[in-house]
Structures are given as C-alpha cells and as structure tokens.
Design a protein around this ligand. Sequence first.
Ligand code: TMP
Length: 216
Amino acid sequence: MSPAGLFLSFEGGEGSGKSVQARALADWLRSNGREVVLTREPGGTLFGERVREVLLHAKDVSLAPAAQALLFSAARAQLVAEVIRPALAAGAVVVADRFFDSTLAYQGYGYGADLAGLMAITRFATADLRPRRTFLLDVPVDVGSARRAARRSGANRWDRFESDGRQFHDRLRAGYLELAAADTARFVLVPGERALEVIAAEIQASVAELLVPSRS
Ligand code: TMP
C-alpha cells in the first residue's frame, strides 16, 4: 500500500546547492499549509547523527567503500523506520536532503563499490521505499569546488568526502547524471548555476503538480 504522504528527495554533489533548495521547498510547503518533515542524511535520528560523525569526520577511522555503504544504510534504515514512514503515514510531505541515490553515486560510481550489491542493501534498508520525485542539483565540478571552498573557509573540520580529489568528483557527477537518465519518471534534473529563486520556483512548480488532488 502506498503511503498517504508525499516523499521527495534532493541529491547532488558537493556545493550543488541541494540543502539550500531542500530548506526553501520545506518553507514554501509550510507557508502553503502543508505538514512538512525535513530530514538529512546521514543523520535525522540520534543514531544517524552519531554515525555521521564517524562517516564524515573521524579521520583516524579508515572505511572501505562497502563499510561506508553499510553504515549509511544502517542510518537510513533507522531514519525510514523512526521518522519517514510515520510521517508519510500521517500524511506529511517528507523532504529528504539525500537518500539512497547518494550511496549509489558516492560509494558506487565514486568509489567503485558494486552497484547491484548497493541496490540490494538499499532495498533491505528502506523496505523498498522510494521518493516520488528526486531533484538532482547539477553543477560543474569546478563550480561545486569553489562554493565548497568558500563555505569551508571558516570551518576547520576534516571531511572524508569533501577531501577527495577531482577525479572522484568527476565520477560522482557522471554517476548522478546516469542515475537520473535511467529513471526520468522520478528524477528532475535541475541545473544549479542559476539564481536561487529561479531554481526554487522551478522546483515548486514541479511539486505543485504532485499536490493537485487527483480527479480519478
Ligand atoms: P552533506 O550533509 O553535506 O550532504 O554531507 C553528507 C556527505 O556524506 C556528503 O559528502 C555525501 C556523503 N554521503 C555518501 O557518501 N553516501 C551516502 O549514502 C550519503 C547519504 C552521504
């Protein structure tokens, strides 16, 4: 049985602007009277936030791609069970800042973990829950790197994924574009170099279509 609410996700590489757009969409939906739950991955639960510390910031902990994928998936399983499914069952709109496509793109395309294996653990972790629509914020790797550098100028925490090289980010971007091309019914490709308000309006229009009550 499909859940009563609406599940939307945002994806993209570093500096793509997806988190800003996820928040903007949540604000817009709330201002239109919708119940909204905004989540981020890894995180969104106490367990997920702890796993996030190890995955992103524990420089002394080495993690093979498969180990990364299992940890991200464990955090996702908890998020789905504790937050996303109950919210959807209550009729809310869930806006996820990253979901399983991040694992396919980062651990699969980026680090070379087996895609079929990643899809299998993803299905297990989510019990086959998929976003109704996924917005892929796409920017050239150089643009994302420059934004990331500007954002991090005040921060001094090591980040496992941001510290990876140019080739990794090239593979990541190409992987995301491949995922989007393979599932055009779910993905919306959003060029991310335009003004924030222009991008937000485009996303709102796409979501508005889904909020119109069906006449059938
Ligand atoms: P973010 O909150 O800035 O998006 O950071 C999350 C980081 O974790 C980002 O570098 C992408 C990475 N990540 C993965 O590698 N695989 C995953 O499945 C998820 C959810 C995130």
